[in-house]
Write a protein that binds this ligand. Sequence first.
Ligand SMILES: NC(=O)c1ccc[n+]([C@@H]2O[C@H](COP(=O)([O-])OP(=O)(O)OC[C@H]3O[C@@H](n4cnc5c(N)ncnc54)[C@H](OP(=O)(O)O)[C@@H]3O)[C@@H](O)[C@H]2O)c1
Length: 317
Amino acid sequence: MKFATIGHLLNEKNIEQFPESWIHGNLVVSPELDVYGTKGYITGLTLTARQMMELPRETVRKYILDAALFLQKDYGVDIIQLGALTTSVTDGGVWVAKQKGYKGYVNHGDSYTAAVTCQVVLKALHFFDLEPSDQIIAIVGAYGVIGEAASKILVPQFQHAILIGRRKEKFKDLEKNINGDFETTVELKTKETDVIVTATSHPDALLQPEHLAKDAIIVDVSQPPNLTYEVCQQRPDIHRIDGGYVDFPVQIVIPGMPPGKNFACIAEVIMQAMENERKNHVGSIDLHHLRTTEQWAEKYGFILKELTNYGKRVNRN
Ligand SMILES: NC(=O)c1ccc[n+]([C@@H]2O[C@H](COP(=O)([O-])OP(=O)(O)OC[C@H]3O[C@@H](n4cnc5c(N)ncnc54)[C@H](OP(=O)(O)O)[C@@H]3O)[C@@H](O)[C@H]2O)c1
C-alpha cells in the first residue's frame, strides 16, 4: 500500500523551510519515500495551525479532501494519515472516511500516538524515580481522540487525575469509561499537578509559567506545542518532554524534524501500509488496535528510545 500523511504548517514561517519544488498549489509534498520497499509521501496543507482552527470548517475540510483526492489520483496513494489538526477538524477523520470521491483508507495516526504518550509518561516517572501511584496527573484535551485513550490507560495508575476540556457536556461519555480516582473540569487546573499531558487542538501556547507546579513534568503531545520553548526558559525547574516523537529506523529528512525522530502518527500509517492492513482507523481509539500498533513498532523499529524535549535528549536538572 502506498501512504501519504497530510499535515499543515505550524506557523507562517514554516513554509520557508520547504524547497519550492515540493509546493504544489495548496499542498507541500515530499519526494517519494521508501521505507523498506513501502513507498509514500509526507505532505502538508499550506494553512497554519491558527487558520486550521479559525477559517470556516467547510473551507478547511475542502482543503483536506482536495489534498486526499489529489494524492489518490496523481500519486496513486492508497491510505492517508490525518496529521496534527486535520483530525480535529474532521471529527477524528470520520468525515473524510465518509466522502464518496475518496476511495482509499484513512488513519488518524492517534492510536500509536496515544500509546507513545502513555509510554513517555511512565518512562518519565521512572527516569525521575517517581511512582505513578504517588502522583497527580492532569490531562488537557481529555475527551479528544488522544486524550480519551490516554485517560483510559493512565488514570487508573495514578493517585488522582484532573481531566480537562472546554465543554462540560463532552465529559459524560468519558466519565463512564474511565476507572480510577478522577475529577473533570473546564478550568485549566494544572497548577497543583505533578504531571501534565497536553493533547489539545489549541493552535498555540496554552500553558504559562503560572499554570505549572514546581518541578512539574509536562508531556506535550500537541502540535503546535502547548508549552513553548520560551516558557521552558522562564521555568528551568520544570521538565517538558515531547509526547509524540519516536525513533525512525530509516532516515526521512523533513525540514524542522530532529534527526532520526519523527511523529508517532506518521510511523503508524507507514506501519499500516507495511502490514497491508486495508482498514480505516478514525474516531475514538480501539485500545486493542492501540496495542497492535505497539507490536508493529517493535517489529519495525519505530520505537521510543529516549525522552526528548524539542528533539533534544532530556537530562535531569
Ligand atoms: N506528536 C504526534 O505524533 C501527534 C500525532 C497526532 C496528533 N498530535 C497532536 O495532538 C493534539 C490532539 O490531537 P487529537 O487528534 O486528539 O485532537 P482532538 O481529537 O481534536 O482533541 C483535542 C481536544 O482538545 C480540546 N481543547 C482544545 N483547546 C482546549 C483548551 N484550551 N483547553 C482544554 N481543551 C482544549 C478539544 O476540545 P473541544 O472539542 O471542546 O474543542 C478537543 O477535545 C493535537 O495538537 C495534534 O496536533 C500529535
